[in-house]
Design a protein around this ligand. Sequence first.
Ligand code: HEM
Length: 188
Amino acid sequence: MRGLVFTEFLEMVEDTFDYDMVDTLIDNTQPKSGGAYTAVGSYDYQELENMVVELSAQSGMAVGDLLQAFGKHLAGVFTQNFAQFFVEAGSALALFREIDRHIHVEVKKLYPDAELPDFKYEDATADTPFKLHYRSERNLYLLAYGLITACFEYYSEPHKVDVKHWQEGSVHCATFEIRPEVSSQVRH
Ligand code: HEM
């Protein structure tokens, strides 16, 4: 996993808690890498998972809430560092359609060792909502959830997101059902 993910995670921990918490996470999880992460390095995903679980134990916050908060934090980084993808897409759903066929493809070209999830989508029909399907060897669908809700905030497009999660062997799968949120309901 890219070092950027680790440095941003620890930055979020420092901003939300303090530097002592960063130290505690590294001391208590004893990462094989030693814990001196750099954005351009590459590290074992398990080290991140261990730190998220430890942060949950230290803070009393649920792992899922921490991952969603981290997703929001990462979205803030991506909108700054990779602004052109957000400008080109112009809307959250257009951005989601581009993750697999464009955005993560470019990420993989820049960083061949990047470990990325698969995203397939189904456009809404008269009877079904827009669906985004996540598959990954890593259990980070709640990170995706945080990224998705942050994208709707970025574009000021209120949406309701429902998620289902299951596992197929070692693969973590999730489907996000996405519906526009209407501020005043028209009744017939
Ligand atoms: C400009 C937009 C984006 C950029 C530049 C980007 C880039 C990246 C990078 C660098 C990683 C780390 C790969 C690694 O550590 O090896 C990553 C992982 C990930 N990305 Fe994206 N991404 C973008 C948009 C999105 C969006 C909109 C979503 C969700 C809807 C998303 C979902 C994820 C998830 C869940 C991971 C974690 C890896 C996993 O679950 O297997 N990304 N992305």
